[in-house]
Design a binder for this molecule. Structure first.
Ligand code: CO
Length: 253
């Protein structure tokens, strides 16, 4: 059982530098920062409404996150689903023969966590977490998660894998090759890789702004590189540590 997207993980070279954009420009509040020894990272969780953004700085070049940074550069690394019992969820996945990185849950920054193997989920790295405590109400933040965009060579197959693993309901769309899966307050949008320059895996993150005009004003002042659309801007990866970041005026569509 999955309650929502707990966080989206982004690999960065240096937390300090990433803070300038994510905390300074976007204004996301820092919730926690700590060294996670068994992942070899210094990690931070920033509040984004019902969800969180996790920034990961590798402490050595030879661990998983360090190799990711060397090979792919900064950018989207994994997403994490909130589940009431990571132990039960993991046991169920193991019983079904789903490839896992962690055979047993361990301590992470988000609580008790475990990673599935990327080959379990069409090349996307998925983490499960049972947080230590859930706040009664989400901390206020200037941005909320709208959706995470996943590029897939075989979109239908990727959608059915995600649905069979996590029982995510499909949101009605007007046909076409795109599929939206509801995850709590957020969504996963699976699009054909051809529509996103041939990229597979997590390709973009969409957030909705509490005060769109004020935020764009700050971005302009800070010389953030962005493309303007209707009711939405796209911040270029050069300004946002490797992430195609859509910021919307409206939560829907
Ligand atoms: Co994580």
């Amino acid at each position: 059982m999955v309650l929502g997207i707990h966080h989206v993980g982004i690999v960065v070279k240096r937390l300090r530098d990433a803070y300038t954009f994510y905390r300074g420009t976007l204004g996301l509040p820092l919730l926690r920062e700590a060294e996670v020894a068994d992942q070899g990272v210094r990690a931070a969780l920033l509040g984004a409404g019902d969800t969180e953004i996790e920034l990961l700085e590798p402490l050595e070049p030879e661990n998983g996150v360090g190799r990711f940074l060397a090979k792919r550069g900064e950018g989207l690394h994994h997403f994490c689903l909130d589940t009431p019992s990571v132990d039960a969820e993991l046991a169920d996945l193991r019983r079904r023969g789903v490839p896992l990185i962690d055979d047993a849950p361990r301590r992470g920054l988000a609580g008790r966590i475990a990673f599935l193997h990327p080959k379990a989920c069409a090349g996307v790295l998925v983490e499960l977490a049972t947080p230590d405590h859930r706040p009664a109400s989400a901390p206020s933040a200037p941005l909320h998660l709208k959706r995470l965009v996943i590029g897939a060579r075989e979109p239908k197959q990727t959608v059915s894998v995600l649905q069979s693993l996590f029982a995510l309901p499909e949101m009605a769309m007007n046909g076409g090759p795109r599929t939206m899966l509801t995850v709590g307050q957020g969504a996963l949008l699976v699009v054909p890789a051809d529509e996103v320059g041939g990229s597979e895996g997590m390709v973009a993150l969409s957030l909705v702004a509490e005060d769109f005009d004020a935020l764009i004003g700050v971005c302009d002042r800070e010389h953030v590189t962005l493309l303007r659309g209707t009711g939405e801007v796209t911040i270029e990866p050069t300004s946002s540590h490797g992430v195609h970041l859509h910021i919307s005026r409206y939560r829907f569509p």
